[in-house]
Design a binder for this molecule. Structure first.
Ligand code: ATP
Length: 448
């Protein structure tokens, strides 16, 4: 008898093993033993990551007429980081164990009198500040005059260009500027797979609003929009929370703040922070550069500094969330009473690296292969597809693990009457339909 499948969450070790086995994420420089906090995205991971960025970009920029695009350099004038406060205050407090030489963030320690790794008593050094910015040098001299930093966030590139942007884009507050790009932080303890990396990507939106009493409304709207985004792409609402920061948890200049957090296998972790930052960032750059970055309002002939609502999300953490959230071990009993188990990645169809896989039932039957390849190349024009052949059970298993929502099998009936079998990932239901209507059928199912 067929029974409803039972599902189970999959642990982090298994997810990182799957990510490696299927080509989502590899350790950087693996053949040299890896480098802590750096990761490479494999053939499927690179597509998943791109899809996540596109999904953010579409919702934050393309679907709005009040947000413009930006792409700033990674290395900027060192004064940028002086003004932003990163040179003086962007540090974690760390301690070292004198016995095992391991290093810890003070705020991650439960007991300061004992090393959490080797268990030695009173072996931890006094706390020291450690600046998280990565240093580099610019030009042929490696002296202090050439010292520079790799950006620890993308936002500052937008602030220092504020005037260039609003003048050339002909925008007046309220309007936003969005950017996706790499950031670097010399994290003391990278870990939890890609969650805490030293090189990562951020998707940041800086939304500038006039000081007209509607600023909190704009803040709320962005929180709601981001909530809707995570929901649309299927993140389990039970494992996602929007934590309102209290006044004492916010920086002194921030009027409101919400941390978007996901319940990872090791506990809640931040994916994004949404903050009302007042005029802090533009003021800081005006003070140090001496340049006027205020907005000039033609109508009232008034200069003013707009207030800032920021949403800053980590792309790598979001990719990890989608992987963790989508991954399930499912046990079921098939119609013949046989117990089966599969790992299935229930990725949203718009995020899935492959949207439809097309199989030929047999490898050594040229007419089947040709027919299946023909169907796959026709679908390729509008969907992300993959062709494969061989044992159908194994092919389904592989596609389930990489999150492919639809598999199309071309068998002998396809040659006789032009029909194919479409199998749906989540329900495993199969349907026979004419190959002619396949593209339209799948496009509708994929909500394109
Ligand atoms: P955390 O407290 O976890 O170190 P943060 O509060 O310093 O993070 P922000 O400065 O608010 O992080 O950065 C915005 C977003 O950038 C974070 O919500 C996160 O998604 C991402 N991010 C920050 N640091 C890292 C990192 N080391 N690795 C991956 N993503 C990161």
């Amino acid at each position: 008898m067929e029974t409803a499948p039972s599902t189970q969450r999959v642990g982090m070790d298994e997810i990182s093993a799957l990510a490696k086995r299927r080509g989502f994420i590899f350790q950087s420089s693996e053949i040299y033993g890896g480098l802590g906090g750096f990761w490479d995205y494999g053939p499927l991971g690179a597509v998943l990551k791109r899809n996540v960025k596109d999904a953010w970009w579409r919702d934050t920029v393309e679907l709005r007429d009040d947000v413009v695009a930006f792409d700033s350099s990674i290395v900027m004038h060192p004064s940028v980081w002086k003004a932003s406060g990163h040179v003086d205050a962007f540090h974690d407090v760390m301690v070292d164990c004198k016995v095992c030489k391991h290093r810890f963030r003070l705020d991650h320690l439960k007991d300061r009198s004992q090393c959490p790794d080797c268990g030695s008593k009173d072996s931890l050094t006094p706390p020291r500040n450690f600046n998280l910015m990565m240093r580099t040098s610019v030009g042929p001299m490696e002296d202090t005059s050439a010292a520079a930093y790799l950006r620890p966030e993308t936002a500052q590139g937008i602030f220092v260009n504020f005037k260039n942007i609003y003048q050339t884009a002909r925008k007046r507050p309220p309007f936003g500027v969005a950017q996706i790009g790499k950031s670097f932080r010399n994290e003391i303890t990278p870990g939890n797979f890609t969650y805490r990396s030293r090189e990562f990507e951020q998707a940041e939106l800086e939304y500038f609003v006039p000081d007209d009493g509607n600023d909190m409304e704009a803040f709320r709207q962005w929180v709601d929009r981001r909530k809707a985004w995570y929901a649309h792409y299927g993140v389990d609402s039970e494992r996602l929370r929007f934590y309102e920061l209290t006044e004492s948890e916010r920086p002194h200049y921030a009027k409101a703040g919400v941390d978007v957090e996901y319940l990872f296998p090791w506990g809640w972790g931040e994916l994004e922070s949404i903050a009302h930052r007042g005029t802090y960032d533009l003021d800081a750059h005006m003070n140090l550069s001496g340049k006027d970055l205020r907005f000039f309002d033609e109508a009232s002939k008034r200069h003013y500094t707009p207030l800032l609502i920021e949403s800053s999300a980590g792309i790598d953490r979001t990719v990890l969330t989608f992987l963790v959230d989508a991954c399930e071990r499912e046990r079921s009993v098939d119609p013949n009473g046989k117990e089966t188990e599969r790992i299935v990645l229930r990725l949203h169809p718009l995020l899935a690296p492959v949207q439809a896989a097309v199989f030929s039932l047999a490898r050594n039957k040229p007419e089947l292969v040709e027919r299946a390849r023909g169907i796959e190349s026709a679908l390729r024009r509008s969907l992300r597809t993959q062709y494969d052949e061989g044992n159908i059970g194994q092919l389904y298993r592989r596609q389930d693990e990489i999150g492919t929502p639809f598999c199309v099998t071309v068998d002998y009936e396809a040659l006789a009457d032009g029909t194919v079998t479409v199998r749906e990932r989540d329900s495993m239901r199969q349907e026979r339909l004419g190959a002619d209507g396949l593209t339209r059928y799948l496009e509708e199912k994929l909500e394109r």
